[in-house]
Design a protein around this ligand. Structure first.
Ligand code: UD1
Ligand code: MG
Length: 451
């Protein structure tokens, strides 16, 4: 059985932030969720997340998808592992993972698991860095690991070592729990270091193997805001390169931010300063221009999105939206429709070939096919206490500046005259006009203007 212990209880002091370190986001997704997703992908069923500082936000985020162990007080990484007692009697291999190392790939985890055997019951991921910063230094004895020395405990020679501990380990579970009690806090920081397992395993006659990974960026830990930014940059380029390989036209990959869980079809063109977050699916031949923000969207093909904000919404095909429109909360926009500038839609089903070109708010509304909205139409869905629905049929023509006071039903082939405030249902084929009749006063204009 394969288990995992993810250490995510630390304060993250070097972040200088109020929030739990692992809840900071990379391309819209918390650090901790990257590790969760990767463990899911490699099929680790038994996942224990050790939480402490900021535990509420982490637990709220991961819910009951994982098991938790609470670490209080925070006495170091070995002490964190000791809290995962639910794994104590398991057999098999256990991955021990720093919660602040989210970039590690499935392949690397698989290799680490493969290298951990009865002969090599403890394997440590390492890499070589030009600047070893605050990482623990790897002291080798040929192909084997002699010890890991934390930066603060290093002597001058050890400080020069460029091979570092990535903070990811795989260990035989029975031996782990047998030897954990031997870890002490006899070091500069008075902490229980998980890295002490190395010499303890050796003392008992076991081999400890370092597994050197060439790609040192994948192994980077996140301890400060600037490390968060460089991890983001690395992930951003990896994702953008992947989609460019698949035929997506990303005009400026350094200024395009696409979440790891987004899918994009070929020949979609993405202009600079576009951000796509959440679990989004974007088909082929779409054009998404500058400044657009998309989150949890599902688009078909051949749509044009001109600097818009679209969240939790679905678009069919051959639709244009924008410039500067805002679609949110479950909008479903059907094929060949047009949504123009400064239009906001919330929870709207907008039918095939309907058009809403200017300055309009639709909320909690269903619109049929082939409708046309003038400028400044509002569905008035909220009375200060409750929200109400507006139902608009097919082939409806709505003049400019019409307010529809919900709940209200508008039949097929109806016309709503410009400037009307519609408070009652309109039957199929009718014209509704609901505005005060105009009165002209001859000569009053001259008089008023003293002409
Ligand atoms: C740790 C390693 C170091 C390695 C580096 C790689 C130790 C002693 N040192 O140092 O050798 O080079 O990672 O990134 O392990 N945590 C807890 N409880 C605690 C302390 C920490 O859960 O009491 C968690 C943190 O939330 C974090 C992880 O363990 O996710 C690592 O802790 P951190 O303080 O970042 O250790 P480093 O100094 O980076
Ligand atoms: Mg760290």
């Amino acid at each position: 059985m394969i288990s995992a212990i993810v250490m995510a209880a630390g304060r993250g002091t070097r972040m200088n932030s109020k929030h739990a370190k692992t809840m900071h986001k990379i391309l819209g997704k918390p650090i901790i969720e990257y590790t969760y997703d990767t463990l899911e992908k490699i099929g680790v069923k038994n996942k224990v997340f050790v939480v402490g500082y900021g535990k509420e936000t982490i637990m709220q985020h991961l819910q009951d998808k994982v098991q938790y162990a609470i670490q209080e007080p925070l006495l170091g990484t070995a002490h964190a592992v000791m809290q995962a007692e639910q794994l104590k009697n398991n057999v098999g291999k256990t991955l021990i993972i720093n919660g602040d190392c989210p970039l590690i790939t499935e392949e690397t985890y698989k290799l680490l698991l493969e290298k951990t055997t009865k002969e090599n019951p403890l394997v440590v991921l390492t890499t070589v860095l030009e600047d070893a910063k605050s990482y623990g230094r790897i002291v080798r004895e040929n192909d084997l690991l002699l010890k890991i020395v934390e930066r603060k405990d290093c002597d001058e020679e050890e400080l020069k070592i460029k091979e570092i501990n990535a903070g990811i380990y795989c260990v035989d579970n029975e031996l782990l729990w047998k030897y954990l009690p031997e870890v002490d806090n006899n070091n500069n920081q008075k902490e229980y270091y998980i890295t002490d397992l190395v010499h303890i395993f050796r003392k008992h006659g076991h081999k400890v193997m370092p597994l050197l990974i060439e790609d040192n960026e994948e192994l980077q830990g996140i301890n400060s805001m600037s490390e968060l930014a460089s991890a983001t940059r690395w992930m951003q380029m990896k994702i953008n390169n992947y989609w460019m390989e698949k035929g997506v036209n990303i005009i400026d990959p350094e200024r395009t931010y696409i979440s790891k869980d987004t899918m994009i079809g070929c020949d979609t063109i993405i202009y600079p300063n576009v951000r796509i977050e959440g679990k989004s699916v974007i088909g082929e031949d779409n054009v998404i221009t500058e400044g657009s923000y998309l989150e949890n969207v599902n688009f078909g093909n051949n749509n044009t999105i001109k600097c818009c904000r679209i969240t939790d919404s679905t678009l069919g095909n051959k639709i244009t939206v924008g410039p500067n429109s805002h679609l949110r909360n479950g909008c479903m926009i059907e094929d060949e429709s047009r949504i123009g500038n400064y239009v906001e839609m919330k929870n709207v089903k907008f039918g095939h070939n309907s058009k809403c070109a200017h300055l309009t708010y639709l909320g909690d509304t269903t619109v049929g096919e082939n409708c046309n909205f003038g400028c400044g139409v509002v569905t008035v869905n909220y009375d200060g206490k409750n929200k109400f629905h507006t139902e608009i049929g097919n082939h409806v023509f709505i003049g400019s500046n019409v307010n529809l006071i919900a709940p209200v039903n508008i039949g097929d082939y109806t016309v709503l005259a410009a400037g009307s405030t519609i408070t009652a249902d309109v039957e199929e084929g009718d014209l509704a006009i609901a505005r005060v009749r105009q009165e002209n006063k001859p000569g009053y204009g001259f008089k008023y203007l003293n002409k």
